[in-house]
Write a protein that binds this ligand. Structure first.
Ligand SMILES: [Zn+2]
Ligand SMILES: [Zn+2]
Length: 250
């Protein structure tokens, strides 16, 4: 997929035109500040949203310390106590509810890329405020090539690139490939779930001693994140964190 944020090499005269354009855009922003991506009324306050919309975001304040499942107090959820996940931690600033659910659907299914700026900014903010170690590499949760062609965008790979630029961490989503389509884990019984993700992902090369952050928009059951984490650790990764914008209640 071509990188929409890439800056290709350009001749000097064109760079001159570009800087004039950038100055004109800055002046325009000063005269008419960018409006909120969500309500289209307020002036942008942070990561594309106005102060009112920002204040209404469903912050995931108390959650499971391992999988970020929303809870009434910080501790380990029952599932993580019974069966600890392969990944080591989860960054999930929001709960998956209104209005972030609509924003992420618009990004994923209608290619409204401006919402990626909000999602990436929220994740990068939480990572910057956290005292957890920074990863060596970012990897977006892969889709099959057929699925990318059909949808036109892998939002996870796009988010990984944006976050990588903000935090100065390389994003190498080509490290891991999805080889075949899988069913939604939530629609399957226990034995079907075991087979569903088996051999669905492949990691190219060694990740010996690397700390990886796996990026996606949402974390639902955690089964896909867990399956990919298993593949990354089998390739030598010593730590895998999951970075998502929103966590579903279950
Ligand atoms: Zn707004
Ligand atoms: Zn948990």
């Amino acid at each position: 997929m071509p990188d929409p944020c890439a800056t290709p090499n350009r001749p000097a005269w064109l760079i001159g035109i570009k800087s004039v354009r950038a100055t004109a855009l800055s002046l325009l922003e000063w005269v008419a500040p960018p409006c909120c991506l969500l309500c289209r009324l307020g002036v942008e306050y942070r990561h594309g949203l106005c102060q009112d919309c920002w204040a209404k975001l469903p912050v995931n304040q108390t959650y499971c310390e391992r999988c970020a499942l929303p809870m009434s107090h910080k501790s380990l959820c029952g599932h993580c106590q019974r069966c600890p996940p392969v990944f080591d931690s989860v960054i999930a600033p929001l709960r998956y509810q209104d209005p972030i659910d609509q924003m992420l659907c618009a990004l994923k299914y209608h290619q409204q890329l401006s919402f990626a700026r909000t999602a990436a900014g929220l994740i990068a903010d939480m990572v910057s405020e956290s005292d957890r170690p920074k990863p060596d590499l970012l990897v977006g949760v892969p889709m099959t090539q057929r699925a990318v062609r059909k949808r036109g965008l892998n939002q996870a790979v796009f988010l990984a690139r944006l976050i990588g630029r903000q935090l100065d961490i390389p994003a190498k989503s080509s490290l891991i490939k999805k080889l075949r389509e899988t069913d939604r884990q939530s629609t399957l019984n226990a034995s079907q779930r075991q087979h569903n993700l088996k051999d669905a992902f492949h990691c190219k090369g060694s990740l010996e001693g690397k700390h990886i952050a796996l990026v996606d928009d949402i974390l639902t059951t955690g089964a896909t994140a867990n399956g990919i984490s298993r593949v990354l650790k089998a390739a030598g990764a010593n730590r895998v964190d999951i970075w998502v914008c929103a966590r579903t209640p279950e």
